[in-house]
Design a protein around this ligand. Structure first.
Ligand code: MG
Length: 369
């Protein structure tokens, strides 16, 4: 089987509500998503999506994905998309780094490989665990009472994992966390996502002042060095999110005991092939996981559902549903959808999502030229 063509669409995904990132980073109102279709000489096509969470969250932006695909696509024509390690090696030699920009291409190749095997993607990834995967709510920073009310609203919809965004002000964060922790139900997880907004002295102050936290703090500081400093002076578990890009990062986290949980965002780590390696290393070393993407619609979410579905439930603590934050759906009725606060990977071969071409504008790139 050979790759014969690569076609690229740009899709604007307006957010239902404008979003502000903690730490004073910019407000944004839409996501810039890139959809990729890879065609083959066997008639099987695969789809992938790449979508950064705005331009201020990570060193990644939508136009960067498409610029990188212009460099990468010619090198992929003629390759067998089922030889995923080779596809990734060719991408890494053709354009070192730029992990986020390679993800959609890698995912489209996985879609083809799974379709050609007649298997749902999760089974190609090694397993279909039986339990649906809990979706983590996303609770914006507000007053303690506002955040608790938001948790209750999600709870009423069936969510049992809540990602509460903190990191605005030390004394207010202590108040927020104490109230939320006091109201955490049995069989519920409320964790505190700082999105790297605290300096180490702030993280140490808050994490030593709060009481009764039954879960963990996510990415309290910017760097792994800062996290190491915080770890020496605090006692709560930590998840690593924005600080995890490569296997080398994960090996350091493991070696130095920097985190008990890894939030693997497929786009950020360079696609499913690399996310799968991280998954396996986490399983081998007792690090639990959250599986997410950095943004996107139902296609990205459904890929997340497949990777999460391949992980034993005790090691997969939750996923995130970005599709509910955006007002455009390019594949109505398809893919993983929120069922009482959970995702379940579809049964069809491949990812199980084919965007409706009538809902897309004209392609912005196609190869061969
Ligand atoms: Mg996070």
């Amino acid at each position: 089987m050979q790759i014969t063509g690569i076609t690229v669409w740009q899709v604007d995904l307006p957010l239902h509500k404008p979003y502000w990132l903690s730490g004073g980073r910019l407000k944004f109102e839409r996501l810039d998503s890139t959809l990729v279709r890879i065609d083959t000489d066997s008639g099987i096509s695969g789809w992938g999506e790449g979508c950064p969470w705005g331009i201020t969250y990570l060193p990644a932006h939508g136009r960067g994905i498409r610029a990188a695909i212009e460099e990468l696509a010619p090198a992929l024509i003629g390759l067998d998309p089922r030889q995923l390690d080779k596809v990734n090696r060719v991408m890494d030699v053709t354009l070192p780094g730029h992990l986020y920009a390679k993800s959609a291409l890698d995912i489209a190749c996985w879609d083809i490989a799974a379709k050609s095997a007649g298997l749902p993607l999760c089974e190609m990834l090694g397993a279909r665990e039986t339990d649906p995967i809990p979706i983590a709510s996303s609770v914006s920073t507000g007053t303690a009472e506002e955040m608790l009310n938001e948790v209750k609203r999600f709870r009423d919809m069936g969510y049992r994992v809540h990602s509460c965004k903190v990191g605005a002000d030390v004394s207010e964060d202590i108040e927020r966390i104490n109230l939320l922790a006091k109201n955490e139900l049995p069989n519920e997880i409320i964790f505190y996502d700082v999105n790297r907004a605290w300096l180490p002295h702030q993280a140490i102050t808050v994490m030593n002042a709060v009481e009764g936290v039954g879960s963990w703090f996510e990415q309290p500081c910017e760097t792994l060095d800062e996290l190491a400093q915080v770890r020496r002076q605090t006692r709560y578990p930590v998840s690593i999110d924005e600080g995890l890009h490569t296997m080398a990062d994960l090996m350091r986290v493991q070696r130095e005991g920097l985190a008990e949980i890894a939030n693997i965002k497929i786009n950020r780590v360079g696609g499913l092939s690399k996310a799968r390696q991280l998954r396996d290393q986490c399983l081998a070393s007792g690090i639990a996981m959250l599986i997410m993407d950095t943004g996107g619609g139902v296609l990205a979410d459904t890929v997340v559902s497949h990777l999460a579905q391949s992980i034993p439930p005790e090691s997969c603590l939750g996923v995130w549903s970005c599709q509910e934050m955006v007002s455009v759906d390019v594949a109505p009725g398809q893919g993983a959808r929120n069922i009482v606060g959970c995702f379940e990977a579809p049964d069809q071969p491949g990812i199980g999502v084919e965007p409706d071409l009538s809902l897309l504008d004209n392609p912005v790139l196609s190869f061969p030229r």
